[in-house]
Design a protein around this ligand. Structure first.
Ligand SMILES: Cc1cc2nc3c(=O)[nH]c(=O)nc-3n(C[C@H](O)[C@H](O)[C@H](O)COP(=O)(O)OP(=O)(O)OC[C@H]3O[C@@H](n4cnc5c(N)ncnc54)[C@H](O)[C@@H]3O)c2cc1C
Length: 557
């Protein structure tokens, strides 16, 4: 049997990994889970936007097309022994491509649940299929093959928000820049969109969303369609950063019915890191986006469901089962809850700063932002590891990085390997005891003023990009008195809960709270949102897995 015929160049892997050809024994194992189906030439197996099924070709050929409006272009041709699908099939989302038989063909067809069953029980096939699905997603993203087109402008904060949302959700999309693309007028005319409507998302070649919220995009692309929000879950995880994703992977793989709510995109703060170099097992480092993408797919493989662009607004904690109320008014009931909502950077409290957010002031430094400030001078604010990473990352593409921090040296707050890189990088200008005192600009940041607190001297620079990574505040405002917090708003757990905390919370049990349990029985807190957490990816992941062990105990009580 031969390789798939490809109409696009692969960027990430070999064709035999992206489109592997299965052996007769492997085909027989898949056949035992599905049904045979005969196809006529030209018969369509899947349209863009259809619910996905898994097809394994046993004779003949099928073609896979990307589709934009009336035109289709061939992506690949699969033959006997090769199978369809990519990560959307695991999450129950809709198909991004058209699949059609090109000659009399026979396939074996599996529903999503049958495929998940197979992947959880057959480790050899699980390896082959999961690797192919992940690599195919990488290729789809690289080639912009998908069901979403974003038309925007580099000068618009909402364009940046939408690009980040689609990118961090790993959703393949085409981006058309109003300022650079000549063909844009033609596209705008076809969809009756004016320049004033920008940014616009064209969803599945049909609906046009004018400056949509992230939730509207998630709804239009069907991110959460396959998820039943009403049934009582064993475990509800709030937040899909490293801690929440770890809880989802361990919970689902140990047989719990797990639902995760995520207000933005999987990965949390780690997802905004250009390169994590101290996470065990990745000696050459891994980008936060890649780590999050893998964990997200892993959680789904084990059957965890993850709702995107759904923000927990309230924990209904006065009776059991508990419930989380979301921003769309829906309530999700759960026997146990793991709070993994992490922290966000403190916003710059200066005049104009809120207005210029996304238009020169950023709170994350991924390649999306880096593209906006190529060859320009930038400022990074902060002296911790995240600021250090951002400075070294941005120094690769910017003209100069001014790194401003209030304290006297990096030694207390940053890992040694990053300090050395910063000190040895001629493109980084480190300024200790220095803080920003003013930001100015009309539609975009134009000027920055900073002050050296030792001398009191101020300097004004025509700098158009500031990256702020200083001072984390926990995402606990929505908990509204349900669990005990420390003075800074982080959630207290386990032995950190004093007798007074437990008495105030009317702790009802004879046992003490478990290690990561809050003052509310069966509700746990993990990762950066927890008081005393060490603010590392590894500790977030570790706590997510430990909490699941206690969830089992609570469910047995
Ligand atoms: C730029 C950067 C670089 C970093 N580099 C490193 C590094 O190299 N090594 C390292 O060990 N650590 C690093 N860190 C720290 C590490 O990323 C964090 O410690 C880790 O992400 C914490 O994980 P978490 O899951 O607890 O919280 P978070 O990562 O903060 O995730 C919380 C999630 O909860 C969601 N959420 C919040 N509120 C709600 C709500 N109400 N409803 C639903 N969802 C909600 C958020 O959208 C987010 O996705 C870095 C952090 C940053 C910002």
């Amino acid at each position: 049997m031969s390789d798939a015929t490809l109409a696009i160049p692969l960027i990430a892997a070999r064709v035999d990994q992206v489109f592997p050809t299965l052996t007769a024994a492997q085909i027989a194992r898949i056949a035992a889970h599905g049904r045979k189906r005969q196809l006529q030439p030209g018969e369509v197996l899947q349209e863009v936007g259809d619910h996905m099924r898994f097809f394994l070709v046993t004779a003949g050929k099928i073609d896979i097309f990307s589709v934009l409006g009336p035109s289709e272009s061939l992506v690949a041709t699969l033959q006997a022994g090769q199978f369809t699908g990519e990560v959307n099939l695991l999450s129950g989302r809709r198909g991004l491509t058209r699949i059609r038989a090109s000659e009399p063909t026979q396939v074996i067809e599996l529903e999503r649940e049958e495929l998940l069953d197979l992947l959880q029980t057959d480790s050899e096939l699980s390896d082959i299929v999961m690797r192919a699905f992940i690599l195919r997603r990488v290729e789809l993203i690289a080639h912009g093959v998908g069901d979403a087109v974003l038309v925007g402008s580099t000068h618009s904060p909402d364009t940046l928000r939408i690009r980040e949302f689609l990118t961090r959700n790993g959703h393949p999309h085409a981006y058309i820049d109003l300022d650079r693309d000549k063909d844009v007028q033609h596209l705008l005319d076809r969809f009756h969109v004016g320049i004033a409507d920008i940014p616009v998302v064209i969803c599945r070649g049909q609906s046009v969303l004018r400056n949509p919220t992230n939730q509207q995009i998630a709804d239009c692309l069907g991110f959460n369609e396959a998820i039943d929000q009403t049934h009582l879950r064993d475990l509800l995880v709030v937040g899909a950063g490293p801690a929440g994703l770890a809880a989802a992977v361990y919970g689902a793989s140990e047989g719990l019915d797990v639902l995760v709510l995520e207000s933005n995109a999987p990965g949390g703060q780690a997802g905004s890191s250009s390169k994590i170099e101290n996470y065990l097992g990745f000696p050459t480092g891994i980008s936060g986006q890649d780590l999050a993408g893998r964990a997200y797919t892993q959680a789904q493989k084990f059957g965890a469901q993850i709702m995107i662009a759904k923000c927990a607004k309230r924990l209904a904690c006065d009776r059991k089962p508990y419930a989380i109320e979301m921003d769309d008014g829906q309530r999700v009931p759960a026997r146990t809850v793991i709070i993994a909502t992490g922290a966000v950077y403190r916003r710059l409290s200066l005049d104009n700063a809120a207005r210029l957010e996304g238009a020169g002031i950023y709170y994350g430094a991924t390649f999306v932002e880096a593209q906006l400030c190529r060859e320009e001078e930038v400022v990074v604010v902060g002296g911790g590891n995240s600021a250090g990473q951002a400075a070294t990352f941005l120094a690769q593409s910017s003209k100069c990085v001014h790194m401003l921090m209030r304290s006297e040296s990096l030694a207390a707050s940053m890992s040694r390997y990053l300090i050395r890189r910063i000190e040895e990088n001629p493109a980084i200008d480190l300024r200790t005891c220095t803080e920003i005192v003013a930001v100015e600009g009309a539609d975009h940041l134009e000027r920055v003023r900073w002050r050296d607190n030792r001398t009191g001297k101020t300097e004004t620079h025509d700098i158009r990009h500031i990256f702020v990574m200083a001072g984390a505040i926990p995402n606990t405002q929505w908990l509204d008195g349900c669990v005990a917090l420390d003075a800074k708003g982080f959630i207290k757990t386990g032995t950190d809960l004093s007798p007074d905390d437990l008495a105030n919370a009317h702790w009802p049990l004879t046992r003490s709270p478990h290690l990561l349990e809050t003052s509310l029985p069966g509700v746990f807190a993990v990762g950066d949102v927890r008081a005393g957490n060490v603010k590392r990816v590894a500790s977030a992941v570790g706590e997510g897995s430990i909490a699941v062990a206690s969830v089992h105990q609570v469910l047995r009580e």
